[in-house]
Design a protein around this ligand. Structure first.
Ligand code: ADP
Ligand code: ADP
Ligand code: ZN
Length: 214
């Protein structure tokens, strides 16, 4: 099974993708995570992407489609994939079709996480992750069970993304409206689009997705 989680920054894509990965043995492919790793390692891709990401703009279609193809080539053909944060433009959606077809894969579902825009700034500015295992948290909506200790791995190191500030979030939302939202009708016309209520509690969103996946 190959699915896309689609939604604006802070919609809950990463949170849900990581749950599906744990529960279903699927693999989460997050272009955001891959780009952040490239920036950290100072690779040629990272050097190109760093300033663009800090500004909240979109990295080029060629770069992200390239890293998605490379990531898929590392997986066995039977492994199910959750695309998190990709595609984000019509050109990327078209590339993804070709990338999947070339590997004998096809798209099964495109799941839209529908959220109120006003909620997103709060979601993003309160977001933090475990510095060791990457588990996601939120100041208000998902605190570690024991303050300052990661539920998943026990680490006490947490981090916040440099682009998770209010100003950059506004740019990212504008990018989403202008470039990413227009791909929803494309998937709708192909009968792949399923909408879930991304404003519901994290567990409720997960069960809505589970119902769609069957
Ligand atoms: P995305 O990957 O779409 O940018 P995340 O999964 O990182 O979004 O979620 C953004 C923030 O909101 C995180 O801090 C996460 O813990 C929190 N969050 C995710 N889903 C929900 C939800 N349904 N209700 C409340 N907070 C949520
Ligand atoms: P969020 O979880 O808040 O939606 P991501 O982690 O997916 O954010 O992406 C962070 C940044 O990485 C984006 O603002 C953009 O600069 C870059 N990026 C990630 N995925 C893509 C993509 N598919 N196309 C272009 N840029 C991307
Ligand atoms: Zn951890």
């Amino acid at each position: 099974m190959n699915i896309i989680l689609l939604g604006p920054p802070g919609a809950g894509k990463g949170t849900q993708a990581s749950r599906l990965q744990d529960e279903r043995g699927m693999v989460q492919l997050s272009t955001g995570d891959m780009l952040r790793a490239a920036v950290k390692d100072g690779t040629p891709v990272g050097l190109k992407a760093k300033a663009i990401m800090e500004a909240g703009e979109l990295v080029s279609d060629e770069i992200v489609s390239g890293i998605i193809g490379e990531a898929l080539d590392k997986l066995s053909p039977e492994t199910g994939v959750i695309f998190d944060g990709y595609p984000r433009t019509a050109a990327q959606a078209e590339s993804l079709d070709a990338i999947l077809a070339a590997r004998g894969r096809k798209l099964d579902h495109v799941i839209e996480l529908a959220v109120d825009e006003e909620a997103l700034v709060e979601r993003i500015t309160g977001r933090f992750t475990c510095g060791n295992c990457g588990e996601g948290y939120h100041d208000t909506f998902k605190q570690p069970k024991q303050a300052g200790v990661c539920d998943a791995c026990g680490s006490t190191e947490f981090k916040r993304r440099p682009d998770d500030n209010e100003e950059t979030v506004r740019t990212r939302m504008t990018e989403y409206r202008a470039k990413t939202a227009p791909i929803l009708p494309i998937y709708k016309s192909r009968h792949l689009l399923k909408k879930v209520d991304g404003m519901a509690a994290i567990d409720v969103v997960t069960s809505q997705i589970e119902t769609i996946l069957g």
